[in-house]
Write a protein that binds this ligand. Structure first.
Ligand code: ADP
Ligand code: MG
Length: 729
């Protein structure tokens, strides 16, 4: 039989450099050509229809049927001029992908050849037969109907020959079956709360949006090698593989020169992304070999998330053209860094003022501090839920390893701001301030916050939630995840704190306390109450684990417990009162988290068992036979004298037998545990059984396989090794 690994390595060596030339045009000349944005709407829509869309986007107003027809027809004309034949509602079900079901514009006629049609009702709502998406018990199969409804705040775009219309996905009973629905709600809730507070400082503020900039980390592997690793293909990560002699110790990959094959791939997906209006800006090598990152420039949160999901799918498609495969998995390789998706988050007024950016005047800085402190208090209050929102089977393997953010929630703000908060706490007392005290406070504290903190903020790369001068950056989100799941919690938690803040300040104002003074006083309470969450030190340090536990800060110690946070009264209250996720919807997410966890683990366990029995053990036996033949030959030739000569071979034989025996017995024990778990009805209980009884076998089996990899003749080993997967590009 042909050795899969050598076959893959041969194609790798003979592979031609991709011939992607790309355009020589400036990016600005083709940016967003495939997006039905405002410019195109102006051209293809009537005035009324255009105004209707803008009002829907900016004011959240509904669109009436008459205009919907006009909009649909305008979209169709634009798309058909670009050779588009089909349209689809594009949505984000509660798994790690995006979904689409294509219908053609073409409607065959009875007597005629038929015509291309696209009506407003088809634009606005569809009922895909989508009963197989995860619903966490929200849909029984007999009422499996799910509806997709147009989200006008994210513009339609052309992908291939299809017009894609971003939509939400809800059940017959109106429960959200996707990430987008609650995320959009959280955006509205935050807008209201933040606008009300921003109006303390500027009456003209009528809208506040959350801005989001995402940094996407990923690994690239050669497609042929990828195809020769069934574990990578089926699970997205390597379930075995001895560490290469060299991995990232030399730290020579970070920001290094991008290999030409990868550079060609990057240029092609960037061009495609730019045509889709995705504001890709940065690309560089990451720390681990074959690991890279790209960052989108920040934009309104809903758009940023849509763009990230679209980007991931484009990257995978384009990678194929270059005979590459992208691994978005959080921890594809043991012993080297994993991948995350850093969520940079801030708040901006409709006029474009960043509310988390210090200003020139004490007044601007009071506004900055208000939003800054309310965000810190939100993380203090709901850090557990925020951290739990990133908990997944994949991310569990990444978080807390040396390189990744720890599983402990804390906030880093840097020395300058720490000092500002300390002085605010000291200077403001719960009594009326004298004019001198007020002046001192304004000039000495508020006046001296550097306008540009970006350079003065000592960046702390070990913190899970850190302030970077004009935004917060949450780094614990996993690279494969839909970050709306986390952002919706952050938005809602901050909105809650802003509402509480406003309430408290208004109460003081009613009692004739001057507005600024009222704001100072409430900020002071917020600082005192939430400073426990602030941590400026090294988050990787062992000491921090202990200190954080003493402080009572949340750490994901147990992944399944983290899922349970969704069921806690505090979480239900936060998301329920804000009308972002109902109790039923939260429970469904809890169920889905357990189910996904369990299914992934089940698949991994099956693949590992198969590979162990069908690839590893037979290969090891083959090598045993080689050794036996050799021993026999030596004995025949040298008789007793051979005893010394055959020692190493005998030694190897013994070791191989020991590992084979261990693998065999562990695999069958693991299968038994799976069988026991599989009869458990309750999903959460089954997940527990998998976690405690099946997962440990993955490590123990791997241990023996990796040992064998070091003994067995390289020529016989049929699965690509770490050094090949990680260093071949
Ligand atoms: P770093 O690696 O230092 O974090 P990058 O340039 O890779 O820096 O990423 C910074 C990210 O932060 C980008 O996506 C950028 O658009 C985003 N960002 C900058 N300002 C804001 C803001 N006001 N709101 C949200 N995101 C922002
Ligand atoms: Mg960053």
């Amino acid at each position: 039989m042909e050795n899969m690994r050598f076959k893959a390595l041969t194609t790798l060596n003979s592979r031609q450099q991709s011939d992607f030339k790309g355009t020589n045009e400036a990016i600005s000349s083709y940016f967003a050509v495939n997006v039905f944005d405002r410019n195109k709407m102006r051209k293809y829509l009537t005035h009324e229809a255009f105004d209707a869309v803008i009002e829907a986007v900016d004011e959240g107003k509904g669109i009436n049927r008459k205009y919907a027809d006009q909009i649909a027809s305008g979209m169709k004309s634009w798309a058909m001029e670009r050779g588009v034949t089909h349209y689809t509602h594009w949505f984000h079900p509660l798994n790690e992908s995006t979904a689409e079901k294509h219908d053609s514009f073409f409607e065959p006629g009875m007597q005629s050849a038929g015509i291309e049609k696209f009506r407003g009702d088809l634009l606005i709502q569809q009922e895909p037969d989508a009963s197989s998406f995860p619903s966490g018990g929200l849909r029984n199969t007999f009422e499996a109907r799910g509806y997709t409804a147009w989200d006008p705040s994210s513009p339609a775009f052309i992908h291939g020959k299809t017009l894609c219309i971003p939509t939400v996905f809800v059940s017959y009973t109106g429960d959200a079956l996707d990430f987008k629905t609650p995320f959009l709600k959280s955006i509205t809730v935050l807008d209201r709360a933040a606008t009300a507070v921003a109006q303390y400082f500027d009456r003209d503020v009528n809208h506040v949006v959350s801005t989001v900039g995402l940094e996407q980390e990923y690994f690239v592997v050669d497609e042929a090698l990828y195809n020769a690793r069934p574990d990578l293909m089926m699970t997205g990560r390597t379930l075995m593989g001895h560490e290469a002699a060299r991995n990232q110790q030399l730290e020579d990959h970070y920001f290094g020169t991008i290999p030409s094959r990868i550079a060609a791939f990057m240029r092609e997906f960037e061009e495609e992304a730019h045509k889709l209006g995705i504001p890709l800006k940065t690309r560089h090598n990451e720390v681990a070999p074959n690991q890279y990152e790209c960052a989108q420039n920040f934009e309104e949160g809903n758009l940023a998330v849509d763009h990230n999901l679209l980007l991931m799918s484009i990257m995978q498609n384009i990678a194929k053209k270059h005979s590459l495969h992208i691994l978005f998995h959080e921890k594809p390789f043991q012993g080297v860094n994993g991948s995350g998706k850093h969520c940079n988050w801030s708040l901006a007024t409709a006029q474009g003022l960043n509310l988390l950016s210090p200003g020139k005047t004490p007044r601007n800085n009071l506004q900055f501090l208000t939003f800054f402190i309310c965000t810190i208090r939100a993380v203090f209050e709901h850090g557990k839920l925020l951290m739990s929102s990133v908990a997944s089977y994949n991310n569990y393997m990444r978080l807390g390893s040396a390189e990744a953010p720890p599983k402990i929630m804390s906030v880093f703000i840097g020395d300058t701001l720490k000092k500002v908060l300390n002085s605010l706490e000291e200077k403001i007392q719960n009594k009326k301030m004298t004019p001198d005290e007020k002046t001192e406070l304004k000039l000495d504290i508020m006046g001296k916050i550097p306008e540009i903190l970006l350079d003065t903020t000592d960046s702390n790369r070990t913190s899970p939630f850190s302030f970077s001068g004009n935004r917060f950056e949450f780094r614990a989100v996993g690279s494969s995840s839909n970050c709306a799941a986390t952002l919706l919690i952050l938005n809602t938690a901050v909105a809650q704190q802003l509402n509480i803040f406003k309430n408290e300040v208004d109460k003081l104002i009613e009692r004739n306390v001057k507005k600024d003074e009222a704001i100072f006083q409430i900020l002071r309470t917020f600082i005192i109450e939430s400073k426990n969450i602030l941590y400026e030190g090294n988050n990787y340090a062992e000491d921090w684990r202990k200190e954080a536990a003493d402080r009572g800060l949340y750490a994901i110690d147990n992944i399944l417990d983290a899922f349970k946070t969704y069921l806690e009264p505090k979480s239900k209250k936060l998301l329920g009162e804000a009308n972002v996720l109902s109790e039923i919807e939260l429970t469904s997410r809890y169920e889905i988290k357990n189910e996904t966890f369990l299914k992934k683990l089940q698949i991994e366990s099956r693949i590992l068992g198969d590979l162990a029995l069908n690839h590893i053990i037979p290969t090891a036996i083959q090598y045993q036979n080689v050794l036996i033949k050799n021993i026999k030959g030596l004995k025949k030739l040298f008789c007793e004298k051979a005893d010394v000569m055959i020692e190493p071979q005998m030694h190897a034989l013994e070791k191989i037998s020991k590992h084979i025996k261990e693998i065999d017995s562990e695999v069958y024990k693991m299968i038994d545990e799976r069988k026991k778990a599989n009869v458990t009805e309750n999903v959460a209980k089954r997940a527990e059984q998998y976690f405690y009884n099946v997962l440990p076998y993955l490590d123990s089996i791997r241990y023996h396989i990796d040992k064998l990899e070091m003994i067995v003749d390289d020529e016989l080993w049929s699965l690509p090794k770490y050094r090949e997967l990680l260093f071949s590009l």
